[in-house]
Design a protein around this ligand. Structure first.
Ligand SMILES: [Zn+2]
Length: 700
């Protein structure tokens, strides 16, 4: 029975019972080890590193015993690695590739040759790191990117430091882009230093190994633990990190307020190439770094480990706000921010021009991914929420690396050309080209009221299905908690709002900004219906309809338009009104009047907001019964009574009423909203009817 409580800087997660249940299945044990290593972000960053094992298998062609290496394939994360994510290759064939390898210019061809070495035909694509594992003889191998180890690897005099920590038990190789050549260097390092327990890869990470999966696991933990301890002792001896604090953080509440005001401005400026999604963090590690004396020196140096800069771009944009910067004054703050972004783009394009080769892929989006604002926090922008969030996590890894390396000796970054060669590697480009085609609303943020159920939920579903990030809003939190369950991670959040209260709407939309960077689409779907003859209609009935439908639309549009103007990316406001806004009938005076006011408000706003490319349109449904919230209450009974039928007969009754004889579903309304925001991009001030055709409600 293994009991290990001696680790302070890594989690010991090996469960003997679990491991015993895997019998002697070496592949299962290697997957188990990978998963528990990946569960601790201090051991490896998301998607970083790879693990392997070697087993003896029957060759299907000769029935002879052959050695097969099982290794994490291209992409994926060791924390969730399973059999479908690994590749199985003949190690002898892999090693024989040394006979055909022609040097550094031959790296890309070698990746293609890995396919000729496959033993398991169901393999995941072999990654560029395959040779690194294959040329080492060990049964179980971990290649990890722990912050503490990258700190050692990126510290000045890294080789000396490695010796200082582990003596002769650890090998060291200088920075080399991953590939076949690095595999050969690892093999050579081992031959020159027999008996070592692992190898530090300069500016990159760590290799460790063992005869069994457990031995390998313990070896990795011990090595990382030792490096972490070494760093923390250095920091203690030094008495500060990053040269100490230069400025203080704003109090939490003020940080969040500033971040909320800044994020739509940043998003607008970052989206000059494509619409970006944002993420914000004021994590303590970030604050310590951005408020320090050394920020100015370290930030421009760029990140070291390739994993880091592929996600974060080589360097961040630092925006220092002074006492006199009034961030609630759009004009003046944009005047300050715009040149900073323009300069960043220029520097990125210079970096591209200076480093590019004849066959380099075209320049990519030159906007910053990471934006640091001292005393406030860190913003990140990417094509979707997950990528923006992960970029933020990676920059925190990079900060940890700088923190450690600076404590040890001094932080060193990769030469720009090396960074460029990785960023614009043809194989990376090929990976990007293979990405699935983007959906029409990718990069857009939609805020939908009444989204706890019925039509609002159907609209949120549709917009999310078409790629938008959605913020579900409603007055009752329980409904939202239930509704959000059907969305994928990182695609939806919710914000409680009472649309009749301006402040409540403001807070909800601010939450949307902080969650996703801003807002592009506002859909007012919250509503209620009251059907009564005029004498029975109370002042309360009248007021609530005016408040929710009309004032609600006003509040949302006012706050929404102000955020959209900050972003300067255009936008869409869609209101769900009703046929009753156009058609006169009995028992409907309060509801019909409110709906008519909604229609005209949309036209007025369409006229006013057009110069900012904010389009304002209306969807006019009628008779949505199935799945609609409105019909759960007294309204349906009232209508049924008015027509002299039962509630159950209403859907058929309504279908018969329209020209197409169609029942109207919430999804039909959602389709109209989608068409207005994503397809009909030259339409504003429009009314789209979704009522199966009602001659009396024809607009023109
Ligand atoms: Zn690596």
């Amino acid at each position: 029975m293994h009991v290990q409580n001696k680790y302070q800087y890594v989690d010991y997660l090996w469960d003997d019972k679990k491991a015993a249940s895997l019998k002697d299945d070496q592949v299962a044990l290697f997957l188990y080890r990978s998963n528990i290593l990946g569960a601790d972000l201090r051991i490896t960053n998301y998607g970083g590193g790879n693990t392997s094992c070697k087993t003896i298998e029957k060759d299907p062609l000769t029935s002879e015993d052959v050695e097969v290496m099982w290794i994490k394939g291209s992409g994926g994360d060791i924390g969730t690695l399973s059999r479908s994510g690994i590749a199985g290759l003949y190690t002898s064939r892999l090693r024989n590739l040394k006979n055909v390898y022609k040097g550094l210019d031959d790296e890309d061809r070698m990746v293609g040759l890995f396919y000729h070495c496959l033993y398991d035909l169901d393999s995941k694509a072999p990654s560029i790191d395959t040779a690194l594992h294959g040329l080492l003889p060990f049964k179980h191998i971990d290649h990890l990117h722990p912050d503490a180890l990258i700190a050692v690897a990126a510290a000045k005099d890294s080789e000396k430091v490695t010796k200082e920590i582990w003596g002769d038990t650890m090998g060291w190789v200088p920075w080399q882009r991953p590939g076949f050549d690095l595999g050969i260097q690892l093999e050579q390092c081992l031959n020159n230093n027999p008996g070592i327990r692992g190898i530090v890869l300069g500016s990159h990470g760590l290799f460790t190994w063992g005869d069994t999966s457990y031995d390998c696991y313990i070896n990795s933990l011990e090595v990382i633990e030792k490096a972490s301890e070494f760093i923390e002792n250095k920091i203690k001896a030094k008495g500060n990190v990053f040269g100490g604090q230069k400025i203080n953080s704003l109090p939490k509440q003020e940080r969040i307020e500033k971040a909320t005001q800044l994020i739509p401005l940043f998003r607008g400026l970052c989206s000059s190439d494509r619409s970006m999604i944002g993420h914000f963090t004021d994590h303590e590690v970030v604050l310590e770094y951005i408020n320090s004396h050394d920020l100015e020196r370290l930030a421009p140096m760029g990140t070291s480990c390739p994993d880091h800069f592929l996600r974060t771009k080589i360097q961040p944009l630092v925006i220092s706000l002074g006492q006199n910067d009034n961030i609630s004054d759009n004009q003046s703050i944009i005047k300050k921010l715009e040149p900073a972004f323009a300069q960043y783009r220029q520097e990125y394009s210079d970096y591209y021009t200076n480093c590019k080769k004849d066959n380099s892929p075209a320049i990519r989006d030159p906007n910053p991914v990471i934006i640091l604002v001292p005393s406030v926090g860190m913003f990140s922008f990417a094509k979707n929420k997950q990528t923006a969030r992960v970029a933020s996590e990676f920059y925190i890894n990079a900060i940890n690396v700088m923190r450690g390396a600076e404590a040890i000796t001094a932080y060193t970054s990769l030469p720009r050309q090396e960074a460029f060669d990785i960023e614009y590697w043809l194989l990376e480009e090929a990976k990007l080209q293979r990405m699935p085609k983007e959906k029409p609303l990718t990069g857009k943020v939609a805020f939908i009221t009444g989204a706890g159920g019925g039509i609002g939920k159907a609209i949120a579903d549709k917009l999310a299905e078409e790629g938008a990030n959605v913020v579900l809003s409603d007055i009752v939190e329980e409904r939202l908690i239930e509704a959000i369950k059907t969305f994928k991670n990182d695609t939806a959040t919710y914000a409680i709002s009472d649309v009749t209260d301006h402040q409540s709407v403001e807070q909800a939309i601010e939450k949307a900004c902080l969650d996703f960077g801003g807002v592009d689409i506002i859909v007012h779907s919250a509503g209620l219906a009251i059907s009564k003859p005029i004498e029975d209609t109370t002042e309360k009935d009248w007021n609530i309809l005016q408040d929710v439908l009309v004032k609600g639309q006003f509040n949302l549009s006012k706050v929404g338009a102000s955020i959209m103007r900050k972003q300067n990316l255009g936008g869409n406001i869609v209101s769900i009104a009703s046929k009753n806004g156009l058609v006169a009938g009995p028992n409907n005076v309060a509801y019909g009047t409110a709906k008519a006011a909604q229609l005209h408000m949309s036209r007025l706003m369409a006229a006013e907001l057009a110069p900012d490319k904010i389009r304002v349109n209306t969807v006019n449904p009628d008779g949505v019964i199935v799945g609609s919230k409105i019909w759960e209450g007294a309204w349906a009974e009232g209508r049924a009574k008015a027509y002299g039928i039962t509630v159950e007969e209403l859907p058929a009754h309504y279908a018969k009423r329209n020209l197409l004889n169609e029942i109207i579903y919430p999804q039909d309304i959602a389709n109209a909203v989608f068409a207005l925001v994503a397809v009909l991009d030259k339409s504003t001030g429009n009314i789209v009817n979704v009522d199966g055709g009602m001659a009396t409600a024809f607009v023109r």
